[in-house]
Design a protein. Structure first.
Length: 79
């Protein structure tokens, strides 16, 4: 979808990800294990997205994996 938007001359592309499936893989537990959330976020950024929007990610440290803006929305009501 990002590639199709780029090819049709979109001014700005926001990747809206309601469920970020790799959000619990945000650290290395053993040697030679990839940080999958970093890889997936990098793929989204390299594909051409200008911003990432997620809902309730596991930990906010994932936002530091990419150089593009990353906004996280919270699904819970805080009184």
């Amino acid at each position: 979808m990002i590639d199709a938007a780029k090819r049709s001359s979109a001014d700005e592309i926001t990747a809206i990800i309601p469920y970020f499936g790799y959000s619990r893989q945000d650290r290395k537990e053993m040697p030679r294990v990839p940080v999958s959330s970093s890889v997936v976020a990098g793929i989204i950024a390299n594909a051409g997205a200008d911003r990432i929007l997620t809902v309730d990610i596991h930990s906010e440290q994932q936002q530091g994996f990419v150089k593009i803006p990353w906004d996280n929305l919270y699904g819970a009501i805080h009184w």
